[in-house]
Design a protein around this ligand. Structure first.
Ligand SMILES: Cc1ncc(COP(=O)(O)O)c(C=O)c1O
Length: 333
């Protein structure tokens, strides 16, 4: 049977650059647990991974940049929304390993230089701001910019078409799963209910649970309707599995997910999300944000209030970061 050691070896065979401040701590949320009167709640502090203000994607970039450097690329080219944590961390990681960074900031024209856009600027990103929020148009422009780099003698890594740019997220979270497994064993927690914003990280955790037959539940919380942002949890994880030669693949039936906490629409928060952010800050001094992590905690809180989670359960809430965008939402609080 495929075991932890086999997974460790498969991960260690992948090209990797050390970028993240890991292991990140798992902390007890004692006051929140008491306030909600339900299950024991802990938080995995992946907001503390360090590079470029941290978050889950620093783990992803260890493998993505490993891939880019191993294959001889010298320029990262990306396109994503003006609020994108993906763009910020790709930028920080690219600069850290000595690559040039060109980014199409979709919908970024006439937006205040705040949040992730400010960090992009500080990173020395060559930014191309578009007016519309049309991602297709942004991806097309990134393709043209990539061709231009090539014409000028550079070697562009086009994140919008490189499978590893997303699948590195699942590899990063197969690695995180082994880290979490050690930490939970030490805490004698064997059947956690893990809540995480859905995406490549969720896919990595779900794949790891399947590979190792762990008695864990991993619940992915959607933050946007599928037609606005399709998180290909299964596809990204399975590409990772293929690249790593792993003996299992995910099906959509393996994925536990909820669409109930999207709120009024991406990126705007619901009242439940704003309440979750305030509770976490007031009771624990831990800061979340309204696009991703606030929605995931709103799911935990609602599942406790609905009785889906009981005092028999232990919840591990994944704090995946994303904090720079909090400040763009000051008026909603
Ligand atoms: C803060 C944060 N958490 C979670 C996610 C989920 O996606 P992924 O696991 O693919 O990074 C995102 C995606 O942008 C994010 O910015």
């Amino acid at each position: 049977m495929f075991n932890n050691k086999d997974l460790r070896s498969a991960i260690d065979r992948m090209p990797r650059v050390s970028l993240a401040n890991i292991p990140t701590p798992i902390q007890e949320l004692t006051s929140l647990t008491k306030f909600l009167g339900g299950p024991r709640i802990l938080v995995k502090r992946d907001d503390l991974t360090g590079l470029g203000l941290g978050g889950n994607k620093v783990r992803h970039m260890e493998f993505c940049m490993g891939d880019a450097l191993a294959r001889g690329f010298d320029t990262s080219v990306n396109a994503n929304l003006w609020i994108s944590n993906n763009s910020r961390i790709i930028g920080a990681a690219s600069k850290k390993v000595g690559m040039r960074y060109i980014c199409v900031v979709v919908g970024g024209k006439n937006k205040p230089k705040q949040g992730n856009m400010l960090i992009l600027d500080l990173l020395g990103t060559e930014m191309h701001l578009t007016e519309s929020r049309d991602m297709e148009e942004g991806i097309r422009l990134a393709g043209e910019l990539s061709e231009q780099v090539e014409e000028d003698g550079g070697v562009p890594y086009l994140h919008t078409s490189e499978p590893m740019s997303r699948s590195s997220g699942s590899i990063g979270y197969l690695d995180a799963l082994l880290e979490i497994n050690d930490q939970l064993n030490e805490l004698q927690i064997h059947e956690p209910k893990i809540y995480v914003v859905t995406g490549a990280s969720h896919g990595g955790l779900a794949l790891g649970v399947k590979l190792l037959s762990l008695p864990w539940a991993v619940i992915g919380v959607h933050v946007a309707p599928k037609d606005i942002y399709f998180a290909d949890t299964v596809g990204w994880a399975n590409t990772a599995a293929e690249l790593m030669g792993l003996p299992a693949r995910l099906n959509w039936e393996d994925i536990d997910e909820t669409f109930d906490y999207i709120g009024p629409g991406y990126p705007d928060p619901s009242l439940q999300c704003l309440e979750a952010i305030r509770l976490m800050a007031e009771l624990e001094g831990v800061i979340l944000e309204p696009i991703y992590t606030g929605k995931a905690l709103a799911a935990v809180i609602d599942h406790i209030r609905q009785g889906v989670l009981t005092s028999e359960d232990t919840v591990l809430f994944m704090h995946t970061g994303g904090l720079p965008e909090l400040f763009n939402f000051a008026d909603t609080f």
